[in-house]
Write a protein that binds this ligand. Structure first.
Ligand SMILES: C[S@@+](CC[C@H](N)C(=O)[O-])C[C@H]1O[C@@H](n2cnc3c(N)ncnc32)[C@H](O)[C@@H]1O
Length: 250
């Protein structure tokens, strides 16, 4: 049997691979419907006509949707987290917890590598979800994945503009994944920024597809005074990758 893209990118148990395959398929089935395409189109139209960035009705519509990060982007997240040796990752926007499994695998494996070299380290993925029903589904999926995943995740339920301000955050954040409604991207980055280590990676999803909605976020990244180097990775919809490299001489 030829290897799958998932098995080439991600070392994980057959149980975790089977779970991920099932969850990505369920998410893709929801996304590839006419009603979901119409929902996204309506959002863009509302933004251009009325400058509406998000509405309570959109939360209602999204409550039973996975909107999971696509599988190829999840592989990229995992590989970046492994190559950078990330120990503390923040995920803004967790939904049913699909994308969270990838940084959780990476952090668990990074910790194990360091421990094997004699270092005394720990790590975690701080996940965030404001919808209680979504948070409950995420916990179920992580329990199904097993302890190697569930034990690494610190899920904060509620508005991340509050939960990420708590004192019990990791002192240093190595990686920030922004998979959140577009108006939340910049406020979230600003909350986490004081904890970003030099060289921290920040990813934001769908920056090409929703470029107009990301204007303030992208303007912020493009201003050299804010300390980021940034490029768009040409995944479907665009994935903005930034590295925090503040100028320490000034
Ligand atoms: C695109 S989905 C995340 C998908 C997830 N990363 C995955 O790949 O499986 C964005 C999620 O962010 C949540 N969200 C939106 N605003 C939030 C806020 N202020 N605080 C916490 N979660 C929020 C939404 O409820 C939604 O489930």
């Amino acid at each position: 049997m030829s290897p799958t893209a998932a098995s080439l990118a991600i070392p994980a148990s057959p149980r975790v691979h089977a779970l991920l395959q099932r969850l990505h398929a369920a998410s893709a089935a929801q996304e590839h419907t006419l009603s979901q395409s119409w929902f996204y189109l309506k959002r863009l139209i509302a933004f251009h006509l009325f400058s509406t960035t998000w509405a309570a009705a959109a939360d209602d519509h999204m409550r039973d949707k996975f909107v999971a990060l696509e599988e190829d982007k999840c592989h990229f997240v995992y590989l970046l987290a492994r190559s950078s040796g990330a120990l503390n990752i923040v995920e803004a926007g967790t939904s049913f917890g699909v994308s969270t499994i990838y940084p959780a695998l990476a952090v668990g494996q990074n910790v194990a590598d360091q421990k094997a070299r004699g270092a005394s380290v720990s790590g975690r993925v701080v996940a965030t979800e404001k919808e209680p029903t979504k948070a409950a589904r995420a916990r179920e999926h992580w329990a199904e994945a097993g302890d190697e995943i569930a034990g690494v995740i610190d899920l904060r339920e509620g508005d991340l503009l509050e939960t990420l301000k708590r004192d019990d955050m990791p002192e240093q954040v190595d990686f920030l994944l922004l998979d959140i409604w577009t108006p939340m991207a910049l406020p979230t980055l600003k909350i986490v920024k004081p904890r970003l280590k030099k060289g921290a990676i920040v990813l934001a999803d769908n920056t090409k597809m929703a470029r107009a909605l990301y204007k303030e976020y992208l303007d912020y990244l493009h201003d050299p005074a804010n300390g980021f180097k940034t490029t768009e990775v040409p995944y479907s919809g665009g994935l903005q990758m930034s590295v925090y490299l503040p100028d320490e001489s000034s």
